[in-house]
Structure formats: structure tokens, C-alpha cells
Design a protein around this ligand. Structure first.
Ligand SMILES: Cc1cc2nc3c(=O)[nH]c(=O)nc-3n(C[C@H](O)[C@H](O)[C@H](O)COP(=O)(O)OP(=O)(O)OC[C@H]3O[C@@H](n4cnc5c(N)ncnc54)[C@H](O)[C@@H]3O)c2cc1C
Length: 420
């Protein structure tokens, strides 16, 4: 049997590619795991945040330094195209206040079922528990048009075209364990080193172990290397028992190497001088305890950048302890230098970064097959005709908010629609 197409990997990118073929094909999807779309089912905590609202132009800045290089891919199959696709398949979607788009059912299984059904309608057979071990290229295609032999276990499968959609290395329990990368390298394809992204950040001397679960709706976080700011972000921040997490932090993780500095502002939109002046005047005539006074100040004087969450008292108590102030001390007795120290911690809490979470906790993989290896107008390999790439296997990773699934879908669509 000679296949028109073999898709390697039944994740978001491979399935969307199969589902958006322009015409029926004699094809096969080979999936390593026992079932398809395991990571898709985990996405958005099982609710599947499949893309983001707004203009596709605004997506470009959400893919780190490579955003501009995937513009064509995103424009050819935009967020609106993805919304239209699922809507036409009978799945109602909705946009949350924060711009994230989900199926109305809030069930990732609906998205997965829809994609596998469309693949089936397009003539593709899905074969699970079928890891690909080898890809053999036949440069001199005979009149059968066979360009590749795909080896999976004892099967040698002949095909005219392939789409490689094997994902990255994060959450290896889903099947995306990076096992195909060495084989791709053996074919001479170049790779940017793989590293965890959308991962929590670990710092030296993390002081918030006991505050696990406390979150800030809007914290400003900045990353510094050798004193120079290299990235910044504003968004929700979460303390875990051993690290910083939450979207604002996760989106920075792609830039992190150990030894860099992290600065966190829990109260953005106010300058140190203003806060210090206002606090000093509030404290000078106060008969209350210091902790009560600063708690009231930071929850009363909220700027437009502050939203609905309060500045937690337990957090302020830990800050007091960090700089040696008794939280129960009389507010009026606190000196200017101590006050400045606490304001500094709230506006610029500085840490040395030790590491990011590993591939078991990172939601995506930074690095992958270099974008230079493909024609980004078609997703076809520049070295190997008839070999297309889609999704996270490529050197691209997006922010949280639906940007990674959008790239998987866009690149899958483009690969399928360039191949045929
Ligand atoms: C917990 C979690 C939550 C997430 N939530 C969201 C979200 O809400 N929104 C969002 O946009 N993104 C989210 N992401 C990221 C998003 O899920 C991924 O970016 C996306 O699934 C990548 O799609 P892909 O098809 O490229 O790779 P994958 O989905 O990883 O699929 C690759 C497939 O290839 C298979 N495979 C690997 N090697 C082989 C081989 N040798 N032979 C055969 N098959 C192979 C794997 O088993 C896997 O099924 C989340 C990720 C995680 C881990």
C-alpha cells in the first residue's frame, strides 16, 4: 500500500492538519500513545483554551523573539479561521473576559472528538501505539511517487508525503517526549536546544514557602541579566510552596537561565517616592499596629492597575519578618529606613533565579527544529521535499492564553493545504 500522506503525531497540530486537508486522501496518522490528543485533553485544565480573541496582528508579540517569523503562518490560518472551523463543525465557542476562547461545553474532549472525526472523514486512518522509529528518504522517487518509508515497529510504510507533528518534550507522560528529535537530527535537520517554557520559576532563598496558593491579580515581573532588563511582563502571579508561578511568570520562563535576576512588583502603577510619602504620613499619627496600618494602606489606595484582589495580610506579615519589623509594633514607631525597606520589597522584590521547572511541569518546549529549516509559507522542509512540519516540534513557543494551540492549528492547516 502506498499512502498519499502519513502524519506523525496525533496531537493538536497533526489532527488539525488531518482535519483540514482540502480533499480526501489515502492517509495514516501514526501516534505513539495508546490514544490520540492526550495533551490536548489536558489543555486549559481540561477545558481547552483553544485560541485567543482580538486581531491576529496582536498574536505576533506572544511568541517571544520568533513571533515575526511565524506571521505568515498565523495570518494564513488565523484565530478567526479556527473559530470558524470549529463552529462549522457544530462546536459553540465563547470568549472569556480575559480574551481566552473555549468550547461552550468547557470540554476538551469535544475538540478532540471533532478533530478525529474530521480526520476520519478525510480518509485518514488513526493508528495508536505506533511510535515512529525511523524516517527513510528516497531522493530518487520512482513513478509511484514514494518519497519516504516510515518505520514503526516492524511496519515499513511507504508514503508520498509526511507531516511531522510530534510536539516538544514537555509533559512526557502525554507521549510528547522528544523521541523523534534524534532521528530528525540524524537526517541533518538543525535544532535549537530544547528547554522548558511556560514553567514556574525557582529562586535562591525563596521566602514564600508558607504562602502557597496566595496570588496577585496583576504583578509586574522583570528579568535582568548582568543588570540589563531583558524581558518584562504584567499579569497574575501565584506563590507555590517552592516557586513563583501564574501567567505573568510562566510567560517569562522562555528567557530564563540560572543566575539571572527576577524583580517582582506586587503593587504596580505607583512610584516608590509616592508610596513612601503617603505611607509615612498615614503612619506618623497612627495608634494602630504596623501590620494593620500597611494592610489598610495597600488595600485602600489601589491604583487603576490594581484589580479586585486584595494585598494579603499574611504576605505583608512575611515581608515584615524578612526585614526584621515586628508586625505588631506601633505604626508610628517604625523608622523611615524600615519603611523604605518594606516599600522596596513590595515594589521591587529581587531574587537570583536558580532554575525553571523541568519538562514534567513546563507546559511547552522552547527550542526545536529551526524555522530556518522550513519554508514558512508552506511548512515544507527546505532539505526534504514532501516533508512538512507543524506545531511544537518547531522552534516556537507561545504565551499562555491559547497561543500555543493556535500555532499548532495554524501550522497544521498550512502544512496540509500546502501539501495538497
Ligand atoms: C497541562 C497543559 C495545559 C496546556 N493548556 C493549553 C491551553 O489551554 N491553550 C494552549 O494554547 N496551549 C496549552 N498547552 C500547550 C499545548 O497543549 C501544546 O502547545 C500543543 O498541544 C502542541 O501541539 P502539538 O500537536 O504540536 O504537540 P502535542 O500535542 O504534544 O502532540 C504531539 C503528539 O506526537 C506524538 N509523538 C511524539 N513522538 C512520536 C513518535 N516518535 N511517533 C509517533 N507519535 C509521536 C505524541 O504522543 C503526541 O500525541 C498546554 C500544555 C500542557 C502540558
Amino acid at each position: 500500500m502506498i499512502y498519499d500522506l502519513i502524519i506523525i503525531g496525533a496531537g493538536a497540530a497533526g489532527l488539525y492538519a488531518g482535519a483540514s486537508l482540502p480533499c480526501k486522501k489515502n492517509g495514516l496518522i501514526l501516534e505513539k500513545s495508546a490514544s490520540p490528543g492526550k495533551k490536548l485533553l489536558l489543555s486549559g485544565a481540561g477545558q481547552c483554551n483553544l485560541t485567543h480573541g482580538g486581531s491576529i496582528k496582536d498574536f505576533i508579540s506572544h511568541y517571544g523573539l520568533n513571533g515575526n517569523r511565524v506571521r505568515t503562518i498565523l495570518y494564513r490560518c488565523s484565530n478567526q479561521s479556527v473559530i470558524d472551523f470549529f463552529t462549522e463543525c457544530g462546536i459553540s465557542l465563547f470568549e472569556r473576559e480575559d480574551g481566552k476562547i473555549f468550547p461552550k461545553s468547557l470540554r476538551a474532549t469535544d475538540i478532540l472528538d471533532c478533530l478525529t472525526e474530521q480526520c476520519r472523514k478525510n480518509g485518514l486512518e488513526l493508528r495508536c501505539s505506533s511510535a515512529v522509529n525511523r524516517i527513510i528518504y528516497h531522493p530518487e522517487s520512482d513513478d509511484t511517487g514514494v518519497l519516504y518509508t516510515i518505520v514503526s515497529g516492524t511496519s515499513h510504510l511507504q508514503t508520498k508525503k509526511i507531516i511531522i507533528a510530534t510536539g516538544g518534550c514537555s509533559y512526557p507522560i502525554t507521549g510528547s517526549d522528544g523521541s523523534l528529535f534524534p532521528m530528525l537530527q540524524a537526517l541533518g535537520l538543525s535544532l535549537n536546544p530544547l528547554k522548558p517554557a511556560l514553567a514556574p520559576l525557582f529562586v535562591e532563598e525563596y521566602p514564600y514557602n508558607d504562602l502557597s496558593g496566595i496570588s496577585f491579580q496583576n504583578a509586574a515581573v522583570s528579568l535582568f541579566a548582568a543588570g540589563k532588563q531583558i524581558a518584562e511582563n504584567c499579569g497574575p502571579l501565584l506563590f507555590t510552596h517552592n516557586s513563583f508561578s501564574g501567567p505573568g511568570i510562566l510567560n517569562l520562563s522562555r528567557y530564563v537561565t540560572s543566575g539571572m535576576q527576577l524583580s517582582v512588583c506586587y503593587y504596580p502603577g505607583r512610584s516608590e517616592d509616592v508610596v513612601l510619602k503617603e505611607l509615612s504620613s498615614a503612619l506618623s499619627s497612627s495608634s494602630k499596629q504596623f501590620l494593620t496600618e500597611i494592610y489598610e494602606y495597600f488595600n485602600r489606595n489601589r491604583s487603576k492597575e490594581q484589580t479586585d484582589l486584595e494585598m494579603p495580610k499574611r504576605f505583608l506579615e512575611v515581608l515584615c519578618k524578612r526585614i526584621g519589623i515586628d508586625p505588631a509594633a506601633k505604626a508610628a514607631a517604625i523608622g523611615k529606613n524600615q519603611l523604605r525597606s518594606i516599600v522596596k520589597l513590595i515594589l521591587q522584590d529581587k531574587f537570583v533565579l536558580s532554575k525553571t521547572g523541568d519538562f514534567n511541569t513546563a507546559m511547552v518546549t522552547a527550542g526545536g527544529i529551526l524555522l530556518d529549516e522550513i519554508n514558512t509559507k508552506t511548512m515544507e522542509s527546505k532539505r526534504y521535499p514532501g516533508m512538512y512540519f507543524a506545531g511544537e516540534v518547531l522552534d516556537i513557543d507561545g504565551d499562555t492564553g491559547g497561543y500555543n494551540l493556535q500555532f499548532a492549528f495554524s501550522s497544521g492547516w498550512l502544512a496540509a493545504n500546502s501539501a495538497f
